[in-house]
Ligand binder design. Structure first.
Ligand code: XMP
Length: 520
């Protein structure tokens, strides 16, 4: 179920032609407090009409619109009386379909470019006459379609933007959704709030209220099962479902003994019987099972497989006890959908464990994904709205296999204790130094290296802990973070003094690539 369906009466539709910034378009529209969803260009026009969008935005894309087999859309889209804004490829396609001319540009424009705009267009209300915009195109509109008026140009591009007021159609060659376009958000605001006349009533609390309504309608008196990991997404999904259907929801929380220090208890404190949420909470303490399965295993992929399979076994056993459920809930969020290539047209980036492969081992009739239309920061906002504690809502990304992939070599209870304690100290000191919100992801890991040291008058032969801190925009690349030396020293000294079994601390400077973010 997409919670966006009929979620808001005021909606803007983004039609995806495969460009890399498409998620950003949707996001910027929602920043204008207008609900927005992305659909593939293959979506049937009847489906679009049924949604009664207040506006339609066509995204960029990597193709040339005049080539055969390039993504296109039927002309009727521009005749619905609904305002349409084309961006980059979307702009070219609009012109191409409506009788303008698009060709290979004599000069390719890429990067920040000065654009001269005609301020009399409502698209450019309050925008400076000369404004910096982000260009990225090989083709250009050499001639606007009949009925269009040119409303922006650059030195190399005669039609940087055009409008046809009669039909409420707008075309922009550059990318207003990218922050390099200094006044881009204003332009999108002008389109959705001005041209489309959206009143901007969409807020996270409306999302929560309307989602609760939708879940109730869909679930009726059925039973829902959710695997709770303690991560942000499944926790917010649990909060939302609990508000909607209370005890019809059962959450199974598998503690695999590879969580951060005290994390299992924190999850139980929130969702368990003494917490504020009304649901059936089952905690499975499966630590020993996991450690037994992982004994002697050193190969990273094998460890991952064992942890994943064991999760299925444990969950399956619990599901059997519960019996048939009507719905299996998942905390899938929008970037998961896009990364799996199931949502839009952007190239598939990676397959995601939440999407695509539905578990066959649980007997359920339907899947329910209440966060499927939200971006990560929107999920966090929804979490706060639902009353989840801040430390849970702003939790860092944590891999499903947990500390199992932050321990090099064999995983043992002893090594887990070391890495948990070291990591807790590291996190505490980073927070004390006020760096916790400015670093994307940071954690301690355990190398498999033991070496000689001295402590007091004693010779030691202990492990080395590695500290890692990275900033990343997309998780595909990452840079290590420059943490003040005195903070690192404090962490080092505390770890060595407080964590038994450690006599050295390293700081990992490696970026990704060539490293990965995790330490496995
Ligand atoms: P790597 O190590 O591949 O990590 O550079 C990129 C990001 O993905 C997270 N990660 C995972 N998340 N299940 C997850 O839910 C996993 O198996 C997994 N492996 C890595 C990692 O923490 C980082 O944010």
């Amino acid at each position: 179920m997409s919670m966006g369906e009929k979620l808001s009466t005021e909606k803007v539709i983004v039609i995806d032609f495969g460009g890399q910034y498409n998620q950003l378009v949707a996001r910027r529209v929602r920043e204008c407090n207008v609900y927005c969803e992305i659909y593939s260009y293959k979506t049937d026009i009847e489906q679009i009409k049924e949604m009664h969008p207040k506006g339609i935005i066509l995204t960029g894309g990597p193709n040339s619109c005049y080539e055969e087999d390039s993504p296109t859309y039927q002309k009727e889209l521009f005749e619905l009386g609904i305002p349409v804004l084309g961006l980059c490829y979307g702009a070219q396609l609009m012109m191409h379909i409506l009788g303008g001319k698009v060709e290979k540009a004599p000069v390719r424009e890429y990067g920040k470019t000065e654009v001269y705009v005609d301020k009399s267009s409502s698209l450019f209300a309050d925008v400076a006459e000369t404004t910096i915009c982000w260009m990225s195109h090989f083709d250009y509109i050499s001639q606007a379609a009949p009925g269009f008026r040119i409303i922006a140009h650059t030195t190399d591009c005669p039609v940087a933007a055009a409008e046809c007021l009669d039909q409420n159609l707008y075309a922009i060659q550059f990318h207003p959704e990218v922050l390099h376009t200094v006044e881009g958000t204003k332009m999108l605001y002008n389109f959705v709030r001005g041209v489309c006349g959206c009143s901007g009533t969409w807020r996270m609390d409306s999302f929560v209220d309307e989602s609760v309504q939708r879940i109730r309608e869909k679930v009726g008196d059925g039973k829902v099962l959710l695997a709770l990991s303690g991560g942000v997404d499944s926790s917010v999904a649990a909060g939302l479902l609990s508000r909607a259907i209370g005890k019809q929801l059962t959450c199974v929380f598998v503690d695999h003994g590879l969580l951060r220090k005290d994390e299992g208890d924190e999850v139980e404190a929130v969702f368990g019987p003494s917490g504020n949420f009304n649901l059936n909470f089952i905690r499975v303490n499966a630590q020993e099972r996991y450690y037994a399965k992982l004994a002697g295993v050193t190969e990273p992929e094998t460890k991952r497989k064992i942890i994943g399979e064991e999760f299925i076994r444990v969950f399956e056993e619990e599901a059997k006890k519960i019996g048939t459920v009507d719905f299996l809930a998942q905390g899938t969020i929008y970037p998961d959908v896009v990364e799996s290539g199931l949502g839009g047209e952007s190239a598939v980036i990676k397959s995601h464990h939440n999407v695509g492969g539905l578990p066959e081992y649980v007997d359920f009739k339907e899947i329910i994904e209440p966060l499927r239309d939200l971006f990560k920061d929107e999920v966090r906002k929804a979490g706060l709205e639902l009353g989840l504690p801040k430390n849970l809502v702003f939790r860092q990304p944590f891999p499903g296999p947990g500390l199992g992939i932050r321990i090099i070599g064999e995983v043992t209870a002893e090594k887990v204790r070391i890495v948990q304690d070291a990591d807790a100290i590291y996190r505490e000191e980073i927070a004390k130094a006020g760096l916790d919100r400015s670093i994307g992801q940071y954690f301690a890991a355990l190398t498999n290296m033991r070496s000689v040291g001295v402590m007091g008058d004693e010779r030691t032969y202990d492990y080395a802990v590695a500290l890692r801190a990275v900033n990343t925009v997309d998780f595909m690349t990452a840079e290590s973070v420059e943490i003040p030396f005195e903070v690192l020293q404090k962490v080092m000294s505390r770890i060595i003094n407080e964590v038994r079994g450690v006599n050295r601390v390293f700081y990992d400077l490696t970026s990704k690539p060539p490293g990965t973010i995790e330490f496995e």
